[in-house]
Design a protein around this ligand. Structure first.
Ligand SMILES: [Mg+2]
Length: 302
């Protein structure tokens, strides 16, 4: 955008004289100024999340200073190019300010993973067994269930009482975390876009408990990536980690079954039995069950 000046308006720099120097200068001005046009469109569509206010502020200040310089020395090409650049940059800055929080974020280059809560990151069955044993003086364990559900094992007349235990306010707030899940989820967040997806519609009263539980144990998952849903077939993610095979019925990505006593007869899906196994599966590129490797991060477009 710089130009040599000798005083007076250098209109010949605008290719009016047809010289090579004027032609090159004009093409340079058109390229460097026009480069901001695609950014205006991109910021309008996507909100400009990948642009910093610092970068835009400095570019805007630079264009303003060049504009002042051109006016002082009478360089028409410098004035014209930087006046247009200033306007386009100001427009980008305005669009970022207005649309950053409302425009749809771009689909990132990282694969997406949705992770179930109950029996995957939350030891819900262990919590239910503890509550049941405390209420009825029993000593049931995961092993003693033998792959059966609690309802299949306990006397039928206790079914309503067990349901009341689960529906009690605060029940889902104090569930223990599944071993190693916090550490591996944190590592996954660096290479994948991670969502927590719970079929919480089955117990609508659990929403607040589950939200607070995630705040405490998985703060790296922002509210925008917490999904309380019914049918997980609607999830548009690459991998779904879940202990309930029924959620894979209409899911279009790669299902990963997290082992639990109730699903041990299920053999249709890739099965993992611990978060250590998931770590080897998803984070070690040479692992025997390695899936599609995460794509490298791409530099934001200026
Ligand atoms: Mg579950």
């Amino acid at each position: 955008m710089a130009a040599s000046v000798e005083g007076g308006w250098r209109t010949q720099e605008l290719m009016l004289d047809g010289s090579w120097a004027g032609t090159l200068g004009t093409m340079a001005a058109l390229c460097s100024t026009g480069a901001f046009l695609p950014q205006v469109v991109r910021t309008w569509r996507r909100g400009g999340r990948d642009l910093s206010y610092g970068l835009l502020g400095l570019l805007l200040a630079g264009a303003a200073l060049w504009l002042g310089y051109g006016l002082l020395v009478g360089a028409a090409a410098v004035v014209a190019a930087n006046a247009v650049t200033f306007i386009l940059l100001a427009l980008v800055l305005f669009l970022k300010w207005r649309r950053e929080g409302t425009a749809l974020p771009p689909r990132g280059p990282r694969p997406r993973i949705a992770i179930d809560m109950d029996e995957v990151i939350a030891d819900t069955l262990g919590h239910v067994l503890e509550a049941y044993n405390r209420a009825f003086g029993e000593t049931l364990t995961r092993e003693s269930l033998g792959g059966r559900s609690l309802e299949e094992v306990i006397p039928a007349e206790r079914g309503a009482a067990v349901a009341a235990l689960v529906l009690a306010p605060g029940f889902f707030r104090d569930i223990p975390v599944v071993a190693e899940s916090q550490r591996v989820v944190r590592a996954l967040c660096a290479r994948y876009e991670v969502f927590i997806a719970s079929a919480a519609m089955e117990v609508p009263g659990s929403f607040a408990d589950k939200f607070e539980w995630l705040d405490e144990h998985f703060p790296s998952i922002p509210p925008s990536h917490r999904i309380f849903c019914g049918d997980k077939g609607v999830l548009d993610v690459d991998y779904l980690i879940d202990d309930s095979p029924r959620h894979f019925a209409r899911f279009r990505g790669t299902p990963i079954l997290f082992a639990a006593p109730h699903n041990r007869a299920e053999s249709r899906f890739l099965r993992v039995s611990s978060w250590g196994e998931l770590e080897r599966l998803l984070l070690e590129p040479d692992a025997p069950f390695a899936l599609r490797p995460p794509a490298p991060e791409v530099a934001p477009t200026a």
